[in-house]
Ligand binder design. Sequence first.
Ligand code: UD1
Ligand code: MG
Length: 466
Amino acid sequence: MSSSNTLSRTETWRLLVLVGVGVGILVNTFQGDGAPLIAAGSLSIIAFAVTFSMVRWLGPVFIKAGLKGKDMAKPRKPEIPETMGAVCAVVYLLSLIVFIPFAFYKDIVAATSGGGNRDVVIEDQHIEHGRYLHRFPHGKLASYLSGLLSLQSIIILGIGDDLLDIRWRHKVLIPAFASIPMLIVYFVDFGVTQVVVPVPLQRYLGDFIDLGSSYYLYMAAIAIFCPNAINMLAGINGIEVAQSLVIALLLLFNDAMYLAPVTPYPHPATDSHLFSIYFLLPFIGVSAALLCHNWYPSKVFVGDTYCYFAGMVFAVVGILGHFSKTLLLLFVPQIFNFLYSTPQLFHLIPCPRHRLPKFNASTGLLDASVTEWTIPPSPLVATALDTLHTLRLARVTKNESGQIIESSNLTLLNLWLVWMGPMREDRLAWHMVAVQTLCGAAGLFVRHRLALLVFNHDNRMFQYLV
Ligand code: UD1
Ligand code: MG
């Protein structure tokens, strides 16, 4: 029998086989022209195996360092390691770094006339003035590195937050700073700040509107929103990672539609979508490994580090891949959760430190958690809460004299429990996976099909798919 922080014999063998397969494919890519897509796939298989084992091994080390949290929805509230997203994030960063030579292998071979071919004669004038090189795609490398830099900054913030528990209003702007390198590269590399105007409005506004510098503010807002939005839709086992995996898989599906043979090559959007796939594949690898330990009943928590890191991966691919508006369509549950939370975030309604659903030890089920009104709400807030209650958008409890004493916390998880009644934690997590998948699939459908009703064309030329 294996103890809780070692790998069992079967697990060890399976992981070794996975690593073997990954390394085998990776080595093979060098026989062709580097095949970056296949290299990214095999690196993510290796990243899965490494993350899976490291998360298991490092549990006691994290607990010893004080990185632990109480699982509130269990009868005994056991303490388990927290901040395991940091392991995930580090493995991810290392995979992205290892991937650089693969992504640029073809160009490196061309630039050094044969993969570091040492017998190329260096002539006198070349020693003086350098050699004539194949035009290496520095621009693409800059995009890639700026994404990496933004991710590194956000991971530092995440770890700081998990160690020191920073208040959200203090940390909310940090992702905006982290996005600066990316926005600069966007400015130099792409620079498009125009948005297409829907056909019915073109008569008044023209075909495009140039948003100018506000487009950069919009992109910084995306970089602030995505990490925080994932962190707010949290609190039950597995949900942070599961929602991120669903979003990543849907993005991957969307990217794949821009590749040959679905979309004929060359197509102007192919490169941006390839870029996005390179960032998403290892993310899916490390997240799937973390989910194995974090799904109900959790053996580890992911911490804010994972939520910020995951959100920033999406912001990076959305911004540098030039599809930030499509990205937002995949964030519909998170956007709803944020808007629905605003009365509590802005303290119109008291906001307790935790708003996660409440565990009922006698039934073993979760129900909506509540805010208790020790001082009765103002008449305006009371009317608003009454209206929400009538519309079944919140649950309000009153005393005999008709005063509000409790109102359910305004999060999507609690609202779902108000609608569906109490349920088990893993069932609620599955429901959220379904909501995320359905909303995301509908979002992509709207993006590629219904948008044709109000725009002249889809940039992917969808008719090739059907
Ligand atoms: C955010 C939410 C907060 C929610 C918390 C849950 C906002 C503004 N903040 O805060 O309302 O309660 O996430 O993660 O919306 N935990 C569990 N089971 C889980 C996951 C977490 O019990 O499956 C508990 C653990 O005690 C863990 C703690 O939540 O230690 C982590 O909370 P933390 O990530 O620090 O909360 P915030 O991100 O600040
Ligand atoms: Mg959190």
